[in-house]
Structures are given as C-alpha cells and as structure tokens.
Write a protein that binds this ligand. Structure first.
Ligand code: AMP
Ligand code: MG
Length: 476
C-alpha cells in the first residue's frame, strides 16, 4: 500500500534520510477527517509510530528531496528539505496518491547549519491554517497531525519541539525543476514531468514537446486560480519563493503566512520582507514570475528554444488575461453585482480606497455587505461608518437585483469566518502553556463552514486591535 516514488528521479534528487526517532512523542492534534476520507485510516498507535520516526512505513525508504529556489529573487542552486523527511506515498480513495512528509524531524544533508527541527507554535499554525484554507475552498497541502517531540528546540529561547505530518498530492516545486535544469538532467526532468501530469493534469494527452507546453499551460492556470483564491480570502503567504511554489497549485509552506485584516494591497507580515516583494497585492505578479522560472527550466525538454519561448510566453500572457478576468469577476461577486456596467470599476475602486484609508477589516467589510443584503446578522457585522456615501451608491446600483441571487453570489466568495491571526497566536500560547488548547476544538469545527452565515462568538470575528504591528517569522 505504501511506496517510495521519488527514487526513480535519482539519488541526488531524493536523498535517503532517516527521520529522528522521538521516543517521548505524543500526538497533539490529528485531522481525523483527513485520516478517514483519504482512506489512510490509521489507528492512533500507527499515527504515533510512523510520525514519530519510531517505525518506518512498510516497503518505504524515507527521503529528503533536493531542490533549488529563487529566494526573494536571488537564486540558490541547492536548497532541499533541510528539516523534512518524505516517509512514503500511498494510493488512497479513488486512486488519489498522497505523499506523507514529516517536518521538524531532524537534520538532513540540506540543513545548511539549521537544526532540522520545528518549534511547536509554527506546527500548530500549519495545522489550523491548512485546515481553514481547505474549507475556504483554497487548494492546499494538508496537515495530518502534529506531534510533540518531547524535546526542546532553541529559538528565541528553549521551546517545545514538534513534528508536522504533511500530506500532499506531491511535493514537486518550481524549484525541483530548476534543480534538474541546473544539472541538465533531461531524463529525470521528463520523469518529474510525467509524475506531475499523472498526479494533477491527467487529461493532458498530447505527446512530445506539445506535452511540455500543455503542462506549463496547466501550471499557469493552477497558479492563476490559486492567486484568485488567496485574494478572495485575504491570505498572505509571506514567502513565495520558487521553492515554496508547488506546480500543482496547492498552497504549501505555511511559514510566515497571515490573514489580512486591515485592508491594503501593500500589506506585509513577514519580518524579512522589508521591500514588500510578497505583499498581498503583489502575489499574482510573483506567481507569474515563478511560472516564468519554471518555463526557463522546461527549456531543457524543448528542441527549439525560439518556439518554446514563444509558446511559454503565450501561456504567461494567458495567465495575465485569465487573472484580469477573474479579478474583475471576483470584486463583482464580492459586491453582488450580477452584471457589469461602465461605472462599476469606479464603484469598486472607491470602496477599496476607503478600505485602505481607514484600514477597514477585509473579511468583515464584505461579510457586512453580505449580511446587509441578507437583512440578518447586521449587528454581528456592522458596516463601518467610513463607508458613508459609498453605501448609498452601492445600494442604488444593486437595487434592481433579486436579493436571493445576490446573496447566493456574495456568500460564495465572502467568508463569514477566517482564522484570525490573534486567535492563532492565542491557541499557540495555550499549547505552550498547557500542552493543549481548550478553545481550539470548537473554533476548528466552526472554521469548517466559513461561508455559513450564522451567529458566531464575537471573539472569532474581531480583528486584531492594531494589525500593523503583527509580524510573522520564517524558519521557525
Ligand atoms: P522556507 O523558506 O521556510 O521554506 O525554508 C527555506 C529552506 O530552509 C528550506 O530548504 C528549508 O528546509 C530550510 N530550513 C528552514 N528551517 C530550517 C531548520 N530549522 N533547519 C534546517 N533547515 C531549515
Ligand atoms: Mg520551504
């Protein structure tokens, strides 16, 4: 049932590496739904044994994957899993394959002086965020479980260590292709391409170079959809390096990520992103830039560079066009505009300017407009006074519409509940203090229905008092 599928790509690509054995480990969080619906169906003893390194998966050899990456625009030829072990792959329900990877499971040949470990806080964050993102409708890698290691790690001081068990359709990054291009390893790259097509773009039937072009086109589409989803829910990834970009378009590496609260396209949370390269509104440009780096790598598989550049450029242009269309549609839907007229762009711009000027909460502003249209929960999502005259313009513009259709449209794209940063921090503090969090259970259940407008505890809805000071950190 379990197998190792990256070995075929060569021992430099998938380097044999044993995870640490944590004998004092305990399972702190487990995603039971994921365990069930993927067909994994592990008993609690199996969870503990396999994810703490105490037992290896049957028929599997654990590996760390090599990859290159552009980090903040600078190329690093050899990154790789510095603190992660891919312990195996299994074919689950409906033939879907899932990799199981441990993060924080010890040093590897790619650790570059790092300790290979993970602190408890970021592990908890990854568990909450990946689950919330899935329910928000955003393609994402999954977190099966978080385990304590029974050991401490040294960050700003000594803190408890943890292992995150991640599940993903695959772990192929733009940086994986960059590495093989650097090595000029055509055979491995062809195999990697086939693996990605098999996993995510099965319907590609063309052969030869057309297959490469079709693959690239689909990666661009997947990244375009992902960016629109991030924009829709206000997600800021924080470290969109090419090594943190999966070609299948799933969100990966919940490091310094955060949810935008006070609206601004230039909002940044990551402490190291001083230039705003990965700011909220920059993300689509960066995704396209990352796709261009993939195109450069794929040139290795193409006979005529000139033709390949032309075809890849066309896909990148299609990305822009699809994004622009989706972008307009997104704001249109968020405002419940069921058709488009010439003045709508300025109606949208005016709202976004007001939201920026007054740092209005992104989620609650649109939830407020939705609740206002539903004529319910108006106290829960009060409309900001600062919207003033704009509200009358919007009301006049939407007066003609069937309220039911408008509500359905708005509810699809305006979440009523998001995983707010301060609450994530509170839950993390609970774990550091008590080794558990009483409040997490109910919150996680609620986060499973983020588009369901119902009465919710105010605490879950209130933005951080001063969002501008919230900062997140990499490599924690
Ligand atoms: P990130 O930007 O968090 O995806 O990490 C960039 C690179 O640093 C990856 O190659 C990681 O495996 C590596 N890395 C991050 N934290 C650690 C750590 N504590 N020990 C070893 N390697 C790490
Ligand atoms: Mg990474």
């Amino acid at each position: 049932m379990f197998y190792s599928r990256y070995k075929e790509l060569g021992e430099e690509f998938a380097v044999l590496a044993e995870p640490n054995i944590f004998t004092q480990s305990e399972v702190l969080l487990i995603n039971e739904q994921l365990n069930e619906c993927t067909g994994l169906k592990w008993q609690s003893e199996e969870v503990l044994q396999y994810l703490s390194g105490q037992a290896s998966l049957p028929d599997c050899e654990s590996v760390s994957l090599a990859y290159s990456g552009h980090q903040f625009g600078h190329f690093n030829p050899l990154l790789g899993d510095g603190r992660a072990h891919l312990i195996g792959t299994f074919t689950g329900t409906e033939g879907v394959e899932y990799d199981i990877q441990l993060k924080g499971s010890g040093a590897t040949s790619f650790s570059r002086g790092g300790d290979g470990l993970c602190a408890l806080g970021p592990a908890i964050r990854e568990f909450i965020m990946s689950q919330a993102m899935l329910s928000l409708g955003v393609p994402t890698t999954h977190c099966l479980a978080v385990l304590s290691t029974g050991q401490t790690v040294y960050r700003q001081g000594h803190v408890p260590g943890a292992v995150v068990a991640r599940m993903a359709r695959n772990h192929v990054r733009v940086g994986s292709f960059q590495l093989l291009a650097l090595k000029q390893d055509k055979t491995a790259m062809s195999e990697l391409l086939e693996l990605c097509i098999r996993d995510s773009f099965e319907d590609i039937t063309s052969q030869g170079e057309e297959r490469v072009y079709a693959f690239f086109n689909r990666v661009c589409q997947a990244q375009c959809s992902l960016m629109l989803k991030w924009l829709q829910v206000g997600f800021i990834h924080g470290v969109m390096n090419t090594d943190n970009t999966l070609v299948n378009g799933e969100t990966i590496d919940y490091g310094p990520c955060a949810m935008m609260e006070g609206f601004s396209f230039s909002r940044v949370f990551s402490s190291i992103d001083s230039q705003g390269r990965y700011a909220f509104g920059q993300q689509p440009n960066i995704a396209s830039w990352n796709c261009a780096r993939l195109a450069e790598s794929l040139l290795l598989l193409c006979e005529s560079e000139e033709e390949a550049i032309e075809r890849f450029s066309k896909s990148l242009a299609d990305f822009s066009e699809a994004f622009n269309q989706g972008y307009r549609q997104l704001w249109q839907d968020k405002l419940g505009l069921l058709d488009w007229n010439d003045e709508d762009q300025s109606l949208i711009n005016e709202l976004l300017e007001l939201m920026t000027t007054h740092k209005l909460d992104y989620t609650n502003t649109f939830a407020g407009l939705t609740a206002h249209t539903m004529n319910t929960l108006r106290d829960q999502y009060p409309l900001a006074n600062e919207l003033g005259n704009w509200l009358s313009k919007w009301s006049a513009r939407t007066e003609q519409y069937s309220k039911d259709i408008m509500i359905n449209t708005m509810k699809m794209v305006n979440p009523a509940l998001i995983p707010r940063n301060e609450l994530v921090e509170e839950v993390i503090a609970d774990f550091y203090r008590d080794g558990k969090s009483e409040q997490l259970r109910d919150w996680l259940i609620a986060l499973k229905s983020p588009y369901d407008y119902r009465s919710l505890p105010q605490k879950w809805l209130t933005p951080q008092s001063d969002t501008t000071h919230y900062q997140t950190f990499c490599g924690t």
